[in-house]
Design a protein. Structure first.
Length: 318
């Protein structure tokens, strides 16, 4: 007899959604999390990033307001206030996730889950057994293996900086890097963005890439293309990022790489010296095939027709 029917490792959006649904159906369900319930999207990704974007947009609103007859004097932004209020909202959302788990009879085990065997998870020295174990650990920013990499921060730490930096170098040209470049530039940071490709957003529509590259410059962001980092050194209060054929200086070096579950470099262009695999992982994205497979209208039609190829667990629920 197992302790649970389902035990999930990781209380992010995916893990919570699956486990609360199991609990709602009457299964004995539990979940473990070493941080806070909510995962990347709620705590370190979509939500906090959007709050910072909303705050940064006011700089443009104040500038445009003059054209509409407004006189705005002594406008000043306080970074600490923005971060504190962002954290207050994340606390509220974390509370909602905890309530969702509780209201669906899901036990929450706080701590890091480690698989012992096919039906056992160790959490804080306690062995927990389950008939089914779901691993939903999400992703984590990855950084390149170069000298001085210990000096960089990732998008995680960028959301918790104690003060707004005067200067910043952002390494990477994906959508996460571009968003952070816009946020910090709007709030007054002198931003340099370094990408390996010929422009930002490799793989996106070429017209969008061209227009965005121009707008980054109009926004005061210094975009360096074809740049590859070699090393990072600390010189007093300043960090020096050395490139192949160039050098960039900053007080903070923000290395923004896409979220991933495995140590695979994402936000870079392959060259003859590397053999890299590239992925696009979005918190709420699914493939086009999955959209069709789980569209509720299509499911209802297939259920009514008695489709034999429905997923096994859905067929059982009929």
């Amino acid at each position: 007899m197992y302790d649970y029917d389902l035990f999930t490792i990781g209380a992010g959006s995916g893990g919570v959604a699956a486990t609360r649904r199991a609990g709602a159906y009457g299964a004995r369900a539990a979940i473990c999390e070493e941080d806070r319930a909510g995962g990347t999207c709620v705590l370190r990704g979509c939500i906090p990033k959007k709050l910072l974007i909303y705050g940064a947009h006011y700089a443009d609103h104040f500038e445009d307001a003059v054209n509409y007859g407004w006189t705005i004097e002594s406008a000043h932004h306080d970074w600490r206030t923005l971060i504190d209020n962002k954290n207050t909202e994340l606390d509220r959302l974390n509370g909602i996730y905890l309530s969702i788990l509780k209201n669906n009879d899901v036990d929450l085990h706080e701590g890091r889950g480690v698989l012992s065997d096919a039906h056992t998870v160790e959490v804080n020295g306690k062995s927990i057994t389950a008939e089914n174990i779901l691993v939903a650990v999400g992703g984590w920013p990855s950084t390149p293996d170069i000298p001085g990499i210990e000096h960089v921060i990732s998008s995680n730490e960028a959301l918790e900086l104690p003060a707004l930096p005067k200067r910043m170098v952002i390494v990477g040209g994906g959508y996460v890097a571009v968003e952070f470049a816009g946020i910090f530039a709007s709030l007054g940071t002198q931003v340099t963005e370094i990408v390996r490709a010929d422009n930002v957003l490799r793989g996106f529509d070429e017209d969008i890439r061209a227009a965005l590259g121009t707008e980054l410059g109009n926004h005061g962001i210094d975009l360096i293309t074809g740049g590859v980092g070699d090393s990072i050194t600390k010189n007093g209060a300043e960090f020096n990022l050395c490139l192949r054929g160039g050098r960039a200086y900053s007080e903070w070096v923000l290395s923004v790489y896409e979220e991933q579950a495995a140590p695979v470099l994402l936000d870079a262009e392959p060259d003859d010296e590397t053999d890299q695999t590239f992925f696009v992982l979005l918190a709420h994205a699914v493939s086009q095939d999955s959209v069709g497979e789980f569209d509720p209208h299509i499911l209802r039609e297939r259920l009514a027709a008695g489709a034999a190829d429905l997923p096994e667990q859905i067929a059982r629920e009929r």
